[in-house]
Design a protein around this ligand. Structure first.
Ligand code: ATP
Length: 445
């Protein structure tokens, strides 16, 4: 991350250039929601596609699923979410603003006896409470036309539930041998008390999760494999390794069933915070769902020929947090030709637009026609190509730099003679001449 990076600069560039907009903006916005614009959706798809490729397509031991967001409420009873997926909440007695009591946004001071005191950052009222309420973060809704307790269900708070509930289906259809994993990408919803920091803490997000099923005695090697693969994925995205820090979660802080959890933290502009997690969850989930549903969730161990409940290792990524970490990592400013420039150093895998094609001059029909032809050909092969003939060449370069397009292709008078174009590199601003047939190759490589 360059020293110039601030969250404000990223939020403003993301909105101005069509990456990310505030949700429901024309109605004043909806807290904790952000919409992805044309470049944002391309960027997010690149992140998800890379993950899917590395964790599913390139491997023999992974199976993909796409389960529903609405699930039977007993899924969330069995997983412990109905009883325990909550954050501590306090409400200001004067202005009614609510805060999480454990994230540093307010300071709790001991009062008399069991009481505690805190000052509301909003209205400065001195509050005294005797207890901190637990606030369940699942969004409740009703299934069907009756709105009574029997119709209550939840928007899933994580994608893992849809993986565990399909475990038996995958085993029955594919007869996988241990170890194997089931992967899912999809929306998850959390009614966060205090959504904040742009995409970092939102109420509607996307997750990419793997539940990797292992023999209990072999968990450590799979944990290490998934740790390595997760970091390799981060590297492939173009997030610098030195900005990612591994923190062993202590026994006291881990979920009671977890034997090991590592939080991978990232140096966001607002501090070092969790980017993704890796947890050894023992047989907690499969045993809990098996007991609650009455359905056996086991697999035959090829070695012992016995039916066993596998243990689980779970790498869990938030797509939106990754997009924010990536934007933070690639944001750069420098000086070019005596002018300040802002640019995004996406690699070719994550760049939303892979190349832009320009005619040198807008008012020369032969240049425009040739540029259109080159553009149309490339778009057939690479898809994410932009055509631009607006303003002078310098302005077009700046626009492409700001959205992170790795290369700009200009059609000039020489092109009409020898079928070569200039290709300008975003980071160095160096130009070279390239033969038109070679373009798809250099764009993709
Ligand atoms: P945090 O402590 O930051 O709330 P968590 O420990 O509750 O996160 P998990 O339940 O482990 O998070 O979720 C897995 C991943 O999903 C996180 O590492 C993060 O990338 C993402 N995630 C969780 N909550 C949010 C959220 N509200 N907004 C965006 N991403 C989130």
């Amino acid at each position: 991350m360059s020293r110039e990076t601030t969250l404000d600069k990223i939020v403003s560039l993301a909105k101005r250039r069509g990456f990310i907009y505030p949700g429901s903006e024309i109605y004043g916005g909806l807290s904790g929601t952000w919409d992805y614009g044309p470049l944002g959706v391309a960027l997010k798809n690149n992140v998800k596609n890379l993950w899917w490729r590395m964790f599913v397509l390139e491997r023999e031991d992974m199976y993909g699923v796409d389960a529903t967001i609405l699930m039977h409420p007993r899924v969330w009873e069995a997983s412990g979410h109905v009883a325990g997926f909550s954050d501590p909440l306090v409400e200001c007695a004067k202005c009614k603003r609510r805060y999480r009591a454990d994230d540093g946004s307010i300071q709790l001071q001991p009062g008399e006896g069991k009481e505690f005191k805190w000052i509301c950052p909003q209205c400065k009222w001195g509050n005294v409470h005797s207890e901190v309420r637990q606030f369940n973060m699942m969004f409740r809704t009703y299934i069907g036309a009756t709105e009574d307790a029997s119709a209550v269900t939840y928007l899933r708070p994580e994608t893992a539930g849809g993986i565990f509930s399909n475990f038996k289906n995958i085993v029955d259809s594919f007869h996988p041998k241990l170890p194997f994993g089931v992967a899912q990408i999809g929306k998850a919803f959390r009614n966060e008390i205090a959504p904040r920091d742009f995409l970092f803490r939102v109420r509607e997000m996307e997750q990419m999760e793997v539940e990797y099923f292992v023999r209990p005695e072999k968990w450590e090697e799979s944990f290490e494999m998934l740790r390595r693969e997760s970091l390799r994925f981060i590297g492939q995205l173009g997030i610098p390794r030195e900005l990612v820090h591994e923190t062993e979660v202590s026994e006291k802080e881990r979920a009671h069933y977890s034997k090991r959890t590592v939080d991978f933290e990232f140096d966001f502009p607002f501090g070092r915070k969790e980017l993704f997690g890796l947890a050894y969850r023992t047989d907690f989930d499969l045993s809990a769902h098996s007991e609650a549903s009455g359905v056996e969730l086991k697999v035959i161990d090829e070695d012992s020929k016995e039916s066993v409940t596998p243990h689980v290792i779970e790498p869990s990524f938030g797509v939106d947090r990754l997009v924010l970490a990536l934007l933070t990592s690639v944001y750069a400013e420098d000086e070019l030709g005596g002018e300040k420039r802002t640019y995004l150093k996406f690699n070719s895998a994550t760049a939303p637009i892979k190349a832009a094609v320009f005619p040198l001059l807008k008012n020369k029909p032969e240049l425009v026609a040739k540029a259109r032809e080159v553009y149309a050909n490339l778009k057939q092969q690479v898809f994410h190509i932009q055509f631009d003939d607006n303003g002078n060449i310098g302005k077009r370069y700046r626009r492409q730099d700001e959205i992170g397009t790795p290369m700009c292709i200009t059609i000039d008078f020489e092109t009409l003679e020898n079928d070569t174009v200039t290709v300008r590199d975003r980071d160095t601003s160096q130009q070279k001449r390239v033969a038109i047939p070679a373009l798809p190759h250099i764009i993709i490589s």
